[in-house]
Design a protein around this ligand. Structure first.
Ligand code: AMP
Length: 212
C-alpha cells in the first residue's frame, strides 16, 4: 500500500516515515529531505530552494512537482510513503495526474494531528544529525553525548528553519496551504486522521491501524 503523510510541521511525519521504512520496508520520499540533500551538495535545485527553506516558505510548485515526478518515475514497484508532499491543492492535483500516468495509487492520506502549542515546543527543541539525519530533542530525547549523534557520531545541529522566528511562519504556511488538504482527501474518501500525541511507538501503531 502506498500512503501519504501530512500534517503540521513538527507532527512527527519524518520520524514515523523512518519507522515505516525500517519496519515495513517502504520507500520513504521526503521532499524536505530531497531539498536539504540538494542544498548540502550545492546543486542548482538546492541553491534555488535555499531561500525558501530558510524562510519556512514553500519552494515553488513547478520545481517541487518536477522533482517528485522524477522520483516517482523511478519507483521500482515498492510501496512508498510520501512525506511532506503534497503541501497544497495544486500539488495534490498534480500528484493525481502523475499517479494516473504512472499507473500508481496512493490509497490513504494520513493526517497526523498535533495541537499548535505542542508543535512549537517540539520544533524549537528539535536537533538533527547533519550526517545521517537522525532526530533528537533537547529535553525529550537528547543524544547520549551532547552534540554527537548516537547512531553515526556525526554532528547534531539545529535545522535553520527550526529557529523560533521561522517556526511561526512555517505554521502559518501550513494553515493556509496544507490544512485544506484534509477536505480534499476527505472528499476523495482517502483521509484518515491519526492522533500524533504521545510516544513515537504509540503513534506508529495508530498509523499501522490506519493502513489496515
Ligand atoms: P520539511 O522537512 O517537510 O519540514 O520541509 C522543509 C522545507 O522544505 C519546507 O519548509 C519547504 O521550504 C520545503 N518543502 C518541503 N516539501 C515541500 C513541498 N511539498 N512544497 C514546497 N516546499 C516544500
Amino acid at each position: 500500500m502506498n500512503i501519504l503523510l501530512f500534517g503540521p510541521p513538527g507532527a512527527g511525519k519524518g520520524t514515523q516515515s523512518e519507522l515505516l521504512k525500517s519496519q515495513l520496508k517502504m520507500t520513504h520520499i521526503s521532499t524536505g529531505d530531497l531539498f536539504r540533500y540538494a542544498l548540502k551538495n550545492q546543486t542548482p535545485l538546492g541553491i534555488e530552494a535555499k531561500k525558501y527553506l530558510d524562510a519556512g516558505q514553500l519552494v515553488p510548485d513547478s520545481v517541487t512537482i518536477d522533482m517528485v515526478r522524477d522520483v516517482l518515475g523511478r519507483i521500482d514497484g515498492n510501496s512508498f510513503i510520501l512525506d511532506g508532499f503534497p503541501r497544497n491543492i495544486a500539488q495534490a492535483d498534480s500528484l493525481e495526474e502523475m499517479l494516473k500516468v504512472l499507473g500508481l495509487k496512493v490509497e490513504k492520506a494520513i493526517f497526523v494531528a498535533v495541537p499548535p502549542n505542542e508543535l512549537v515546543e517540539r520544533l524549537s527543541g528539535r536537533r538533527v544529525c547533519e550526517k545521517c539525519g537522525a532526530t533528537y530533542h533537547i529535553s525529550a530525547m537528547p543524544p547520549r553525548v551532547e552534540g554527537v549523534c548516537d547512531r553515526c557520531g556525526g554532528k547534531v545541529i539545529q535545522r535553520s528553519d527550526d529557529r523560533r522566528e521561522v517556526i511561526e511562519d512555517r505554521i502559518k504556511v501550513y494553515e493556509q496551504n496544507t490544512r485544506p488538504l484534509k477536505d480534499y482527501y476527505r472528499e476523495k474518501g482517502r483521509l484518515v486522521e491519526v492522533d500524533g500525541r504521545g510516544e513515537t511507538e504509540e503513534v506508529f501503531l495508530r498509523i499501522k491501524k490506519a493502513m489496515a
